[in-house]
Write a protein that binds this ligand. Structure first.
Ligand code: NDP
Length: 311
């Protein structure tokens, strides 16, 4: 069976930064890219807050840069999904794509987080026919049309203002009477003339036929007055936060109530010696590319020191 010194799971900024450091420390890292190679940033357009890119950079281009930098030092980047892990003894037994097994002396988990859905039937029924969780990926298809966005955080504010540039009219449904988004983002929302915010409104149904025109309207319910409003729209964007990708590690690693991995404060160490976590999978607070990259670096250094201490 193949033996790997450092196996990295995930290909976002955390995974690739861990790979850059691990490769430069001669740990011969193997990085398994997962379902969405490049991670969440591949669904973004401009990234203006990553240091070093003084004129900004497109998310997918930045992730290609990360990949090339990691590969320049010998990172073995592989397609595939990790489908099972056994952290009960070292080296850890890791299954890839339900078939291939490898043994890893250290594992760096950088599986990130995925967009959350409302959980209503219409969302599934009209998925790919007008329902989306990524404005920057799908907004283009709604150019010159009306859309609805759900959520009250920074993601919703960002997606709604992005869509307002392309669409004729954007309606933002916020379930409380306040938005959770930062003051700066709220200001941007309020200053966008073709963006209307409906506070205290929840989604009752998304209307339309997937076999015909897809989404045609959204029925929203005012949770204070119980009044319904029918909003004509051809796109429905869900922007209500993210869920960490940690199902694989249930019962083996400690998690908080939302499923984020718990690491020893100020380190990337999980409760299993030799298993480290980096990026959004262990961070529900900052969730930035640069903080993910920072913890990816920490994870590689922690793995290197762990292996050195074993010798
Ligand atoms: P948040 O968890 O901050 O916000 C989620 C929003 O969705 C809340 O307003 C919440 O409502 C609402 N919501 C949750 N479930 C439902 C539901 N079932 N129906 C209707 N509304 C719902 O997630 P974000 O993704 O917005 O942000 C996560 C983190 O990432 C934050 O720290 C944010 O600052 C950061 N971020 C920063 C950006 C930037 O700096 N450019 C861009 C995007 C995110 P309620 O308030 O009622 O709970």
């Amino acid at each position: 069976m193949e033996k790997i010194k450092t196996l990295i799971i995930g290909s976002g900024p955390a995974g690739y930064t861990a790979a850059i450091y691990a490769a430069r420390a001669d740990l011969n890292p193997v990085l398994i890219q997962g379902l969405q190679p490049g991670g969440q940033l591949t669904t973004t357009t401009d990234v203006d807050n990553y240091p070093g890119y003084k004129d900004g950079v497109m998310g997918p281009e930045m992730m290609e840069d990360f990949k090339h930098q990691a590969e320049r030092f010998g990172t073995d980047t592989r397609w595939g999904m990790v489908t099972k892990v056994d952290f009960s003894k070292r080296p850890f037994l890791i299954e890839i794509d339900d078939k291939e097994n490898v043994l890893a002396e250290t594992v760096i988990i950088a599986t990130g987080a995925s967009a959350k859905w409302l959980g209503i039937d219409d969302e599934k029924r009209l998925s790919g026919s007008g329902v989306s969780a990524c404005a920057t990926c799908d907004g283009f298809f709604y150019k010159g049309q009306d859309v609805v966005v759900v959520g009250g955080g920074d993601t919703a504010a960002e997606e709604a203002t992005y869509l307002a540039k392309l669409c004729t009219k954007v309606t933002l449904l916020v379930r409380k009477d306040v938005m959770r988004a930062s003051k700066a983002m709220q200001k941007r929302v309020m200053n966008t003339s073709n963006l209307t915010v409906l506070f205290n409104h929840e989604t009752k149904s998304i209307n339309g036929d997937p076999a015909k025109n897809g989404v045609e309207s959204v029925t929203a319910l005012n949770n204070k007055t119980n009044e319904e409003v029918l909003i004509p729209a051809s796109g429905f964007f869900v922007a209500i936060g993210h869920t960490p990708n940690t199902d694989l590690f249930k019962d083996q690693l400690d998690m908080d109530e939302n499923g984020y991995l718990i690491v020893e404060a100020g380190t990337s160490k999980t409760k299993i010696p030799g298993v480290f976590a980096a990026g959004d999978v262990a961070d529900h607070v900052y969730r930035q590319a640069v903080t993910s990259a920072g913890t990816g670096c920490m994870a590689a250094l922690d793995a290197e020191r762990f292996l050195a201490a074993q010798e």
